[in-house]
Design a protein around this ligand. Structure first.
Ligand SMILES: C[S@@+](CC[C@H](N)C(=O)[O-])C[C@H]1O[C@@H](n2cnc3c(N)ncnc32)[C@H](O)[C@@H]1O
Length: 333
């Protein structure tokens, strides 16, 4: 999934640096926490390395994706159900009524794809309520729906607005494609504010990947949130944002971010803490260094646009100002 801040392309850099710093390459059921989990690519990588992964995200669609990637095994797949869901006729549910042109004028999905999304979503709820599928299987195909509907969304990339004409990929018929099943220990997944969860968990390695800037995920991915929750929200404005603004993050607030970040590091009961942040974020590298240094031994690793990977040296500070640098801040307690 094309997701703001996804670490898909940085996985090598992350896993190599984390292994170098910790000396741990195989999980052996040690706890690895991925608490701003997003698409789940980092947690899924560590599950496959044998770690017991704890994932958390404030957005419910992310919970759904991670619940599948960390909670499911091959035994939870049901190929006959997949075929059944893909063959359902379209229904006129919340997605058709609110995100498609015929009923609402909004053009996030074609009428056909919106109706097919509703049919699958309603059937999953019905099957779970009737006890005809397990919770694991429910999340298996709900995660598949989140991922598959995103592929036919008529947006530039996020759901802050829809395009005025249907682009080619949005005209393709929605087809439910299962996400991979990840080998490794079954993990734990939460849908809580990290600032509350952090005092309830502990372990060996904590990986933190907060938002860098003031772009809130709840407004950029509101359509996926509603498809995941299917909770009939009141919508507002031309773009149909969820009313009430649930899921806003203090890590996107210039005024609040230093305070909540400091409290998070203070409260984190983990031996190794890693923080991804780039050089265009709300907190400067110096601010992060100052905060993390209060709580243990601090180190910094960077990878610049040219995909070089190196430890923090004097040379590193000569990087041209217009390149984006990914920082991995490390703390050893
Ligand atoms: C940079 S993205 C993470 C990307 C992820 N590492 C990936 O590779 O897909 C930041 C994530 O933090 C989540 N988030 C923001 N504030 C949060 C909070 N207070 N508690 C939990 N999650 C939060 C957002 O919903 C978003 O999914």
């Amino acid at each position: 999934m094309n997701y703001i801040g996804s670490k898909y392309s940085l996985l090598d850099f992350l896993t190599t640096t984390i292994a170098d710093v910790t000396g741990i390459t195989q999980g052996n059921d040690l706890v690895f926490a991925d608490l701003f989990a997003g698409t789940g690519v980092v947690g899924q990588t560590y599950r496959s390395l044998g770690f017991h992964v704890i994932a958390d995200d404030i957005q419910y669609y992310s919970y759904v994706l991670n619940r599948h990637l960390l909670g499911n095994t091959a035994a939870d797949a049901d190929p006959a159900l997949l075929e059944h869901l893909n063959a359902l006729p379209p229904a006129h549910g919340f997605v058709y009524e609110n995100y498609c042109p015929a009923a609402s004028g909004r053009m996030y999905f074609t009428d056909e794809n919106g109706g097919r999304c509703d049919a699958i979503r309603l059937e999953l709820n019905r099957l779970l309520a009737a006890g005809e599928i397990t919770e694991n299987t429910y999340y298996f195909y709900l995660a598949a729906l989140i991922n598959s509907i995103d592929k036919v969304a008529n947006t530039a990339s996020v759901y802050g607005a829809y395009l005025k004409h249907f682009k080619r990929s949005a005209l393709q018929p929605l087809r439910l494609e299962p996400l991979p099943v990840v080998d490794g220990p079954v993990g734990e997944v939460y849908n809580r504010d990290i600032s509350e969860l952090i005092t309830d968990i502990h372990g060996e390695i904590l990986y933190l990947d907060p938002p860098y800037n003031s772009r809130q995920y709840n407004s950029n991915y509101h359509v996926l949130e509603t498809i995941a929750r299917y909770d009939d929200p009141q919508l507002t404005g031309v773009t149909g944002l969820r009313a009430g603004n649930d899921g806003r993050s203090l890590f996107c607030s210039r005024r609040q971010v230093e305070r909540v970040f400091d409290a998070l590091i203070r409260d984190a009961d983990f031996h190794f803490i890693f923080l991804s942040y780039n050089n265009e974020g709300l907190m400067t590298p110096e601010t992060i260094r100052n905060i993390m240094s209060r709580y243990g031994e601090y180190r910094l690793f960077t990878r610049d646009d040219y995909k070089r990977f190196q430890a923090d040296t004097a040379d590193n500070r000569n990087i041209a100002a217009d390149t984006t640098v990914e920082y991995l801040h490390c703390l050893v307690r």
